[in-house]
Design a binder for this molecule. Structure first.
Ligand code: PEP
Ligand code: MN
Length: 358
């Protein structure tokens, strides 16, 4: 995995992050060509369209299928855009090769399935296709990277990943939770592996698209894949999250591309000072946490003496409530404070259990 590189992306010589745009699904030849024509003078250099659609429930539109592949070939010929589709099995892979599709992406529901990934990898082995692996629906980094590895082992050199968020049982403001720490970990482990954000499937609506795209650029993602339709409200799939090519152009204008590092000396100095401040605060945090656990150990000893249960739910609820009330005016979100306190509570219980066992 240490030979993963971004040569294919560099070869595109783009002056901005890669933009992949196009409809969730190819619906008709006219729709596909109309969208592609409108995208011609945008930042998009790759046209996406779903040909086989993985739908959660049966009975919904499941894609046009292979019939749509010649439409995409027309897009490539008439607009010069590269074409990208999702493939989910060996048959799709074979048809994509036959129709000269440039970029093949593995959907979130396929990445979870090593059998499917392997049969696709075997089918396209040794070709010079660009393969982008979407994260699996569940937040499992090893499963995501495992799929990338299968393609690498099959001799695919032009690899990248797409972050499209993770499914959660509890509904949040996102259709798929971004869990940014997971793509950040991918970047830490494989700094040269291109990583593209799919804000459309993260958001599930148009409202947060700009925000999520900006976060991706702030985190130095290499590109964006944004679902774009000539009549979004009437789209046959994912209508709520698609935008017009016009809106896409506005959005890419509104986005700020961040520099990789600070150039001005003044900023460098300021950053150095701020980082030193952070280091000091982090040291204090660790010391305070250790002190807190030491007090917790003493409480554990008292509970043991009196044979009282470790878990005191009411006391704990009141700690969390008070902390949230105190931290909100300080600009800390309720979610953050309750997450931190839950972790502290768990650690505290573990400490007291150790005391009980002694
Ligand atoms: C898509 O890109 O249209 C799609 C089905 O995405 P995902 O696999 O991320 O759900
Ligand atoms: Mn979609």
């Amino acid at each position: 995995m240490n030979t993963l590189n971004n040569d294919w992306l560099k070869a595109m010589q783009l002056e901005h992050p890669l933009v992949i745009a196009g409809p969730c699904s190819a619906e008709t030849e006219e729709q596909v060509l109309d969208i592609a024509q409108q995208l011609k003078d945008s930042d998009a250099t790759v046209f996406r369209a779903g040909v086989w659609k993985p739908r959660t429930r049966p009975g919904n539109f499941e894609g046009i299928g292979a019939l749509a592949l010649p439409w995409l070939q027309r897009v490539k010929k008439e607009t010069g855009l590269l074409i990208a589709i999702e493939i989910a099995n060996a048959t799709h892979a074979k048809l994509a090769l036959e129709h000269d599709v440039d970029i093949l992406w593995i959907g979130a529901r396929t990445t979870v399935n090593p059998f499917a990934v392997q049969e696709i990898a075997d089918t396209i082995a040794g070709t010079d296709k660009i393969v982008l692996v979407k994260n699996p629906v569940n937040p499992d980094l090893a499963l995501w990277l495992g799929a990338v590895e299968r393609f690498q082992k099959a001799g695919i050199k032009k690899l990248g990943v797409i972050h499209r968020g993770f499914s959660t049982y509890q509904k949040t403001k996102y259709r798929n939770n971004p869990n940014w720490q997971i793509p950040i970990e991918v970047k830490n482990r494989f700094p040269n592996l291109p990583i593209i954000c799919d804000p459309s499937h993260i958001c599930g609506n148009r409202t947060n698209l700009l925000d999520v795209s900006q976060t991706a650029l702030d985190l130095q993602f290499d590109g964006l894949m944004i679902e774009t339709h000539n009549n979004p409200d009437k789209a046959w799939s994912d209508a709520k999250q698609q935008i017009t090519p016009e809106r896409l152009k506005e959005m890419t204008e509104e986005l700020t591309i961040r520099k990789q590092t600070f150039e001005a000396d003044e900023s460098k100095q300021a950053l150095k000072k701020l980082r030193e401040e952070i280091n000091i605060i982090d040291d204090e945090l660790i010391t305070l946490l250790a002190q807190r656990m030491a007090v917790s150990d003493k409480i554990g000893a008292e509970k043991k003496k009196q044979n009282v249960a470790i878990l005191q739910q009411e006391r704990w609820n009141s700690i969390i409530d008070k902390s949230i009330i105190k931290s909100e005016p300080l600009g800390l979100s309720k979610e953050f404070v309750s997450k931190i306190y839950k972790l502290i509570h768990q650690e505290s219980i573990m400490h007291q259990e150790q005391v009980f066992k002694q």
